[in-house]
Design a protein around this ligand. Sequence first.
Ligand code: GLP
Length: 260
Amino acid sequence: MSDAAEQIFATLKQSSQSGAPLYLQLRKSIEDAVNRGLIGPGDALPSERDIASKADISRVTVRKAVQDLVKGGILVQRHGSGTFVAPRMERVEQSLSLLTSFTEDMARRGMAVRSTWLDRGLYAPSPDEMMVLGLSSNELVARVARLRIANDTPLAIERASLSASVLPDPDGIGSSLYAALQLIGNRPVRAVQRISAANLGESDARLLEVPSGSAGLHIERISYLASGKVIEFTRSIYRGDAYDFVAELRLTGPGDEGRS
Ligand code: GLP
């Protein structure tokens, strides 16, 4: 058994006199081991059976402590491979004044980007899509929904809608939507982005590998061609623990008041 596992049990033995329920004592021992760096991000926790037999407690008790720590985001469980200390997120600082793509943003930071497809296809537009994209009810909308992953950490869920006349084959966009739009001369040149706080629902949280209810950022981007035509309507959910959006502010000079 690893030193870290030994340490968990040593702390557990020390606290066994405290009278607190066993699963709380075990939870605290594991949490302490993580906080003191005895087990680090990505390290595997000993199996439920090993912990139970070594600490001489039932597996139900171990499971309860571990589940609590998974809910709290301290541990993560990967089906089939076990329980691990949650990876610590390196926060991404994102400028709010540049109209860049996810692929470009991550590549600039030297991060490896990939996406998992959640949906792509042509659909009848929703009322929102009709309004923002200026579509009539007999036109189609192209939807591209992806889980965006950088350095193997899922960072965002992005659901983009574009007119089917611009993107008749959403299957063919490759790894970057903006690169695909650039190729057909339709890369946006301006965008309005709205950011609001959101608590992640069960299914979004599962995709982003964070506990349900975690803080997230809901981001809506409407982007335009030079002609003023709306080209993209994207709704995204970003992990709140992964992103800092940064805006540069300037004092307006005399006579500039009221300008935005
Ligand atoms: C950002 C924006 C999205 C945009 C996407 C394109 O993440 N929030 O609105 O659709 O970039 O990224 P890519 O070209 O990598 O597909």
